[in-house]
Design a protein around this ligand. Structure first.
Ligand code: CA
Length: 516
């Protein structure tokens, strides 16, 4: 989907009810404060050699995910679909056969749960595929029982209502969202915000709404997933946003009927003013602005007021919903990979990871980010196969990769043996974050320094306070400490950090967390 025109991109996360008590005593932070790992299943781990990643492959890789320290996975669409990305569903109760069987998937969920890893799946309900049986029926005639599952209008109605205007659709490449099915023999067009292949479901129709709610309950209750990431959440009613707000409250309540602690992550990409009303029902946000700010700071080796800006964004959302949770990340499946954004500079990409894992929020890691995968648009090439080992075992081959190849990126098993690798960098950061209440749950307090190449702040939670310093530059820096009590290194990304009374010296591209 083309969302290139967005100015301020944010996605809302719904977090409901408590998270279950955490398992490992030393891991004090509880998911969703922990790290969530986003997976494009097709590119993850191929267990049967057909070239496509699958559920059994993911099950085999659970030890890798546990070792990395993630508390949850978010799987991009796994339901039946004709497209490679699967954001157009043809059967909401079936998994895609390329990925395995429903039993394979249930086994993955059970094995993930054994390792205390939650499973969140994409649930694409704004639209279906135009190959879904509902739509195949609906387009046959005006009198078909499924007609009302979708929205139909005459050209006259569309023009009168002004729903063909470009301005109303700033986040889609489609100017005209109405299409002629050509099968019903009447002058009626159906609505498809994201194109003719993705007709929007008409939630004014109670029958389809109840059916979608029932299907959601099926995945929670019968399959056992922990929650959903809800695609295109603001498009449920494109011309009546207040109805969309209300819809999600209704959806949440229906899901809570079968799973009181259901986790719902809703994608609401828009400017802050548009998003704000959703916060009444969606108490957390994916923080796209922060991802951009982290990338800019690393690219330019300048803090650009990163901490102050973060606080500004955070305070705005807190003013709307005091208890919202901030879902942070560097880049996701709709964006060019952070490694490529930073010119394939490993030092800068490591710095981006260090910033992400020390700033507040509930961080998301896009699969392969932890081994420094590269990727640029078009979308297929930001979703290339992850590399596991030199022998290419379990490596997906459905696409000939352009950016992440064995010539450009070392596979995970090679990186695992290298202390200085991107993989061990991420692993250390994730575990250190989990083991620190201040880093995982603490508030943020800026430390103002003259040197614009340094990002400095405190994180504090109850009686724990840590000082975080990042040297974004390619040169060693010495900065004054505003409190000499912070002498002990809780963690550092490199050796050679020197903490003296009143000052600290950081080697190039180094992050350190100090405590009393
Ligand atoms: Ca396979």
């Amino acid at each position: 989907m083309n969302r290139a025109l967005q100015i301020l991109s944010v996605a809302c996360v719904l977090l409901f009810a408590g998270c279950q008590a955490n398992k490992k005593a030393k891991n004090l932070a509880k998911w969703p404060k922990g790290v969530t790992y986003e997976i494009f299943v097709q590119s993850f781990a191929d267990s049967d050699g057909d070239g496509k990643g699958d559920f059994n492959g993911m099950t085999e890789k659970l030890p890798y995910l546990e070792d990395l320290g993630v508390d949850a996975v978010w799987l991009m669409p796994i339901m039946a679909s004709p497209s490679y990305h699967k954001y157009d569903v043809t059967d909401y109760e079936a998994v895609h056969p390329d990925y395995g069987t429903m039993d394979d998937f249930k086994r993955f969920v059970a094995e993930a749960h054994k390792r205390n890893i939650k499973v969140v799946i994409d649930f694409i309900i704004n639209h279906s595929s135009n190959q879904h049986k509902w739509f195949l029926e609906a387009k046959k005639s005006k009198d078909n029982p499924y007609r009302g599952f979708y929205e139909w209008k005459t050209l006259k109605q569309i023009k009168e209502e002004g729903s063909m205007t470009k301005e109303a659709h700033a986040d889609s490449g489609n100017i005209y969202q109405w299409y002629d099915s050509k099968e019903d023999g009447v002058d009626e067009y159906y609505y498809g915000y994201f194109g003719s292949q993705m007709p929007d479901i008409n939630y004014d129709n109670k029958q389809v709404k109840q059916e979608i709610f029932r299907i959601g309950q099926f995945w929670l209750k019968d399959v056992g997933v922990d929650g959903f990431r809800l695609d295109a959440a603001k498009h449920i009613y494109d011309y009546a946003p207040e109805k969309s707000h209300k819809f999600w409250v209704e959806f949440k309540e229906a899901m809570q009927q079968v799973k009181p602690d259901v986790y719902l992550v809703g994608e609401v990409w828009a400017d802050a003013q548009t998003v704000a009303p959703y916060l009444k029902g969606l108490p957390a946000l994916f923080n796209f602005d922060m991802g951009n700010a982290i990338a800019d700071a690393c690219k330019n080796q300048k803090n650009n007021g990163l901490v102050a800006n973060y606080k500004k964004i955070n305070d705005f959302y807190k003013s709307v919903t005091p208890d919202f949770v901030d879902a942070t990340f560097t880049t996701n499946h709709d964006q060019e990979r952070i490694m490529s954004v930073l010119g394939n500079d490993t030092e800068k990409a490591k710095m981006a990871g260090a910033l992400l894992m020390t700033l507040p929020g509930s961080p998301y890691v896009y699969y392969g980010e932890e081994i420094g995968m590269r990727g640029r648009k078009p979308d297929e090439f930001i979703r290339e196969p992850i590399l596991w080992d030199e022998n290419k075992q379990q490596e997906a081959t459905w696409i000939a990769p352009k950016y992440t190849t064995h010539e450009t990126v070392k596979p995970a098993n090679v990186q695992a043996k290298d202390k200085g690798s991107m993989l061990n960098h991420y692993k250390m950061l994730i575990h250190k974050r989990k083991e620190s209440n201040a880093l995982s749950m603490g508030n943020l307090e800026e430390i103002k320094l003259e040197n614009s190449a340094v990002v400095a702040f405190y994180r504090a939670y109850q009686d724990q306070k840590q000082m975080v310093l990042h040297n974004l530059s390619d040169k060693a820096v010495t900065v004054p400490l505003d409190n000499s009590a912070y002498q002990k290194q809780y963690m550092s990304t490199k050796e050679g950090v020197k903490v003296n009374t009143g000052e600290v010296t950081l080697p190039a591209y180094t992050s350190v967390v100090l405590e009393k």
